[in-house]
Design a protein around this ligand. Structure first.
Ligand code: BEZ
Length: 212
């Protein structure tokens, strides 16, 4: 079964650098970012996993746990973590799944055979506290991801959940947001946006970022 936005994130039990992980138990009540990389001891992956580690507090502040995965072994991951920590000046606090049997890769469709029939592509799954898949991002092996963009997507999703606003093109934290189209009742609009909003068009209503 293919995964879509809104699907329940498939559960699995897999070995990791922090012991065997039951994914749903490990997530608990947190949001999660599950991200795959093609291979240990490769240059782009080294920078990516380092950046993810450096952003630990940013993810934790949003209630998000990070977990990486590739088809390499726990032993390889552990050796490589030493390199990541030394070269990227950080400490890898999140687990890296050792998916040698491709259990996770298959559940999450991370091996795209036309690209590479053995290695995982750079997938990102953002999963909410109800274990629903809220965003999926896929990059090729040769392109390192932008982890600031992953945080930006999480911020947007959490703003929508908490305040019923969406985020317009190129939005960044602190910029104005848009009121979701489903809110039409004047009383609800007044209650949710007591400081008012700007109606550019009836369907395009700009509001200061709530909670700022
Ligand atoms: C890298 O992480 O540098 C990489 C991995 C697989 C293919 C190409 C680049």
């Amino acid at each position: 079964m293919s995964l879509h936005l809104g699907s329940t994130a498939p559960n699995f039990e897999q070995a990791s650098t922090q012991g065997t992980i039951n994914f749903h138990d490990w997530l608990g009540d947190s949001w999660g970012v599950l991200f795959s990389h093609p291979k240990d001891y490769t240059p782009v992956c080294t920078t990516e996993l380092g950046r993810a580690a450096q952003l630990k507090d940013e993810f934790a502040g949003r209630g998000v746990k990070m977990i990486a995965v590739s088809v390499d072994s726990v032993e390889d991951h552990k050796g490589w973590i030493g390199d990541i920590e030394e070269t990227q000046n950080t400490s890898v606090g999140y687990p890296i799944l050792a998916d040698a049997d491709r259990k996770v890769a298959q559940l999450y469709d991370m091996i795209h055979e036309e690209a590479d029939n053995t290695l995982t592509v750079r997938s990102v799954f953002i999963i909410d506290a109800a274990k629903k898949v809220r965003a999926m991002i896929t990059y090729p092996a040769s392109t390192g991801r932008n982890f600031a963009e992953i945080l930006r997507v999480i911020d947007s999703l959490q703003l929508t959940d908490n305040y019923k606003v969406a985020t317009p093109v190129d939005w960044k934290d602190g910029d104005d947001c848009v009121i979701v189209p489903s809110i039409q009742d004047p009383a609800e609009l007044k209650e949710r946006f007591p400081d008012g909003y700007k109606e550019v068009r009836p369907y395009l209503r700009m509001v200061k970022q709530p909670g700022k």
